[in-house]
Design a protein around this ligand. Structure first.
Ligand SMILES: Cc1cc2nc3c(=O)[nH]c(=O)nc-3n(C[C@H](O)[C@H](O)[C@H](O)COP(=O)(O)OP(=O)(O)OC[C@H]3O[C@@H](n4cnc5c(N)ncnc54)[C@H](O)[C@@H]3O)c2cc1C
Length: 489
């Protein structure tokens, strides 16, 4: 390719951007990918990696009868009715219709899965889990892209879309050393820039005040793609809908063990072969480890009397109300708090049906699991004095809090945290048509501009596990085809 004038410029090297790059190149287009961070990956790279799809080869091999229509029907039951009422059904049906093909396409690029696992209220098991973790998408797609001649430029943040009349014709980006560069794109610019979970201005503008102290799990999810689209007149939809906020434990300083496992090469192949034959209990152990790494504490903890305390040992909100507690935690010192469990909760949350976190029907994590697997965020104390001393909390204030909140004064006490309030992802995006072309307020096409992944959700509500990645990959795969078709490569 002429490096100054690639056929397609892709903004972002996360899951959707890399899938788009591979697909564009497979369809005969020359591609330049610009990535703001030092490494490709985005939110995709820190995800668990589940990919939900119906009527897959994996399901057929296990005799599971399923269809894209049934998947679309089941998806209605995941989000609360008030959120689900904003769903774009046509778009979500397009997604469920293409997801299985995308899974097979990813396999042709060496990405390996196990499953499918059940995830109610899905009526069929359709959650496929990538081996060894979501980093495999990034490693494998990068490899495929480079083999196909795609150029990936890190530390390149796209600041502005260039236009020619009403058509998008290229980008202006800042390179690592702070200077501005331009690149024209012959056939199109693809926005694959992820979500805006960590853009307080966008969150405040669309969700209203109160949420602006709440962070996104991925600090780089700044909604730059949404802003770029808006700058050329795109219509933004469902921008007030967010996945979260919810309380999550601060991530472990250690890399989760599956991130050490190889994603490419013979060892990765061996690992996949072993994984398919592994007994269920080993999977349960792996999944439990993931659970205590990423999942959020259940509301039931607060319903059953656990309380939130800040770094001074004081209670600061009505924990039973989710919105109140999420906002209140974000307003504490360091935007964090702790969950204090008294003896009653410690014993209750040690067995079914009282668990601290879960991936429903797959695994449940109890107090002992947290004590064992996350000693960095879960400690048991026999006395309040011990707790106050170890955690440097004012003993008198803590004692007052406990006297007011609990009927017991004797331990054991379990302190969980710190917890923070986080947005996992956001569901708003530019509006697009069936060819993934970005639309204006009046629904006319902005020629030369496409959007994929979290930047191209087009009103879909994707609240079941595994659908966001499935859409990131599916939209990336499709955009290469449509651009090539539109320009008849
Ligand atoms: C902890 C966690 C676990 C999750 N687990 C799952 C899961 O198991 N299954 C699932 O389906 N979903 C999961 N999700 C959600 C899912 O991972 C994401 O929604 C999806 O991967 C987003 O893909 P994307 O390509 O749209 O964005 P990203 O992967 O975030 O990629 C966007 C890229 O664009 C870059 N970028 C942004 N702006 C610019 C710019 N102006 N110029 C250049 N580059 C730019 C970013 O740096 C980033 O690399 C999880 C999310 C979180 C936070």
């Amino acid at each position: 390719m002429s490096s100054n004038h690639p056929d397609v410029v892709i903004v972002g090297a996360g899951g959707s951007g890399l899938a788009a790059a591979v697909s564009c190149a497979e369809n005969g287009l020359s591609v330049l990918v610009l990535e703001a961070c030092a490494q490709p990956g985005g939110t995709t790279g820190i995800a668990v990696g589940s990919f939900t799809a119906a009527a897959t080869e994996f399901q057929r091999q296990q005799g599971i009868e399923d269809s894209a229509d049934l998947h679309a029907l089941d998806l209605v039951s995941f989000a609360p009715a008030e959120i689900e009422s904003h769903n774009n059904e046509t778009q979500r049906t397009l997604f469920t219709n293409h997801a299985a093909k995308t899974l097979s396409w990813l396999q042709t690029h060496g990405i390996q899965f196990v499953g499918p696992a059940a995830e109610p209220p899905n009526t069929q098991p359709r959650m496929h889990n990538v081996i060894p973790g979501a980093k495999a998408y990034i490693a494998r797609l990068q490899l495929a892209a480079r083999k196909l001649g795609v150029k990936i430029l890190p530390n390149a943040t796209v600041q502005r879309l260039l236009t020619n009349g009403r058509c998008v014709s290229g980008v202006e980006y800042e390179n690592g050393s702070g200077s501005l560069q331009t690149r024209r794109a012959k056939y199109g610019v693809v926005l694959a820039a992820g979500d805006y979970a960590n853009n307080p201005e966008l969150i405040k503008r669309f969700k209203g005040p109160g949420y602006e102290n709440i962070e996104g799990i991925n600090p780089h999810a700044r909604g730059l793609g949404h802003l770029l689209a808006e700058s050329v007149g795109a219509k933004l939809i469902n921008m007030d809908i967010t996945y979260g906020p919810e309380l999550r434990f601060i991530a472990t300083a250690r890399r989760p063990f599956q991130q050490w496992l190889p994603t490419t090469g013979p060892l990765a192949k061996l690992q996949h072969w072993i994984a398919r034959g592994l007994p269920e209990w080993i999977f349960q152990t792996i999944i439990k480890r993931l659970l205590v790494t990423w999942q959020h504490p259940e509301d039931a903890l607060f319903e059953q009397g656990a309380v939130l305390i800040n770094e001074n040992g004081e209670r600061f909100c009505n924990e039973k109300d989710a919105t109140t507690r999420n906002i209140a935690v974000s307003n504490q010192t360091n935007k964090q708090a702790y969950i204090l469990m008294g003896p009653l909760q410690v014993s209750k949350f040690s067995q079914w049906p009282h668990f601290i976190s879960t991936a429903p029907d797959i695994a449940y994590a109890y107090t002992d699991d947290y004590l064992r697997l996350r000693p960095d965020i879960c400690t048991k104390f026999h006395t309040l004095a011990d707790l106050a001393k170890t955690k440097h909390i004012n003993r008198k204030r803590l004692t007052n809090t406990v006297n007011e909140a609990f009927n017991e004064t004797l331990g054991p006490w379990v302190l969980l945290g710190p917890v923070k309030s986080y947005f996992t992802t956001t569901e708003g995006s530019p509006s697009i048509n069936a060819d993934l072309q970005v639309l204006r307020e009046d629904n006319s096409v902005i020629d030369g501009l496409y959007a994929v992944g979290q930047c191209g959700l087009n009103g879909m509500i994707l609240w079941s596990h595994g659908c966001h990645i499935a859409w990131a990959m599916t939209s990336g795969r499709l955009v290469g085809k449509v651009i090539a078709q539109n320009v008849k490569v």
